[in-house]
Design a protein around this ligand. Structure first.
Ligand code: FES
Ligand SMILES: [Fe+2]
Length: 348
């Protein structure tokens, strides 16, 4: 810890960011991976290879071959149900076990790749990361992508931890300063049930070329640190479902996948065919607004440090309780900066 500031009572220090959390994190769109194909991704500070076998089974394994260290994503290929190393032809199963050494010889003892549990949900592929090596401890929620108008997806790479990106939902004060919201107030208090956290608030926001203020309510449901779902109701004119999926790449760097779908209310546009067209256009615009919001946040995230204890104000929203809840996704609860909870009022 580096000393940062002194006060008469306690010292605030810059501390290390939280470690990689446990949880389900998005890694790919299912349709981008055809049978017999593979791709390299970086997640959880490690090079990984995601592949789909000839019969359609998906697998995510470490990229480094246990034989002599070749990268399976650079020249490796899927052969039937196996991933084959480009160097000497060792073949690996979807669970990471080595099925055969080069030229169909038996696999050397103990030769295997680490593998991560995967789940396909509504066209997206999620990987489970266990911070202490544990298997999945909760289920992914229904994302609500299957029915209704198409969800528009955008992606951004940000210098931020998933705890930062998720904390945005409860950091009420930043909505005005970073995003230009007005009159932000909590309409349903924060609730924590297991790995799920919910909160709802109302606000106004200038929109369109003339900055016309619109009023909306924002219902947030967070599952783990990798899945945030937001249901927005705009002045009775439209509803929008937003997805914010943070996925840790390295310490301090994450991919954020953003999804948006807008549905105009019948009274806003009574002609169904035209409404569908406008929904499509509005979904695309909303996805871009969401991406712009994330870029506004990213300017802060990329330079911020983790300070402890944070000097929270009563206007901040329930950041202390959020951090106490986030502690459940680390090997020890204090990794989520839980001790700060004692510093704030109200903190339940
Ligand atoms: S390094 Fe992979 S088979 Fe030799
Ligand atoms: Fe934000």
């Amino acid at each position: 810890m580096n000393a940062l500031t002194d006060s008469r009572t306690r010292r605030t220090t810059v501390v290390a960011p939280p470690p990689m959390p446990s949880g389900w994190f998005v890694v790919a769109r299912a349709r981008d991976l055809r049978p017999g194909s593979q791709t390299t991704i970086r997640r959880f500070g490690t090079e990984l290879v995601l592949f789909r076998t000839a019969t359609g089974r998906l697998a995510l394994v470490e990229a480094t071959c246990p034989h002599l260290g070749a990268h399976l994503g650079h020249g490796g290929k899927v052969v039937g149900e196996h991933l084959e190393c480009p160097f000497h032809g060792f073949r690996f199963q979807t669970d990471g076990r080595c099925a055969s050494g080069g030229r169909d010889t038996p696999a050397p003892r103990g030769a295997r790749l680490g593998s991560l549990p995967l789940a396909e949900r509504e066209g997206l592929v999620f990987a489970w990361h266990g911070a202490a090596g544990e298997g999945p401890t909760y289920d992914l929620p229904d994302l609500g992508l299957a029915d209704g108008p198409r969800v528009r997806l955008r992606r951004a790479v940000v210098d931020a931890h998933p705890q930062d990106t998720t904390e945005n939902s409860v950091d009420l004060a930043h909505f005005a300063y970073v995003h230009g919201y007005d009159e932000v107030r909590v309409v349903e208090p924060l609730r924590r049930e297991g790995e799920v956290l919910t909160i709802a608030y109302a606000a106004t926001r200038p929109t369109g070329p003339f900055g016309t203020p619109i009023s909306f309510t924002y219902r947030v449901r967070v599952t783990g640190l990798g899945v945030s779902q937001v249901h927005v109701e705009v002045d009775g004119l439209a509803t929008s479902d937003l997805l914010v999926l943070a996925s840790p790449v390295d310490t301090g760097r994450s991919e954020v996948w953003l999804g948006a779908r807008v549905q105009l209310a019948r009274r806003a546009l009574p002609i169904p065919g035209l409404r569908t067209l406008v929904d499509e256009l509005a979904s695309s615009i909303m996805a871009s607004i969401l991406l712009n919001d994330v870029h506004q946040d990213a300017r802060i995230w990329s330079h911020k440090r983790w300070v402890h204890p944070p000097r929270l104000s009563a206007a901040d929203g329930p950041i202390g309780p959020y951090r106490a809840w986030a502690g459940r996704f680390y090997p020890t609860p204090d990794d989520g900066q839980v001790a700060s909870c004692a510093e704030v009022t109200p903190c339940r």
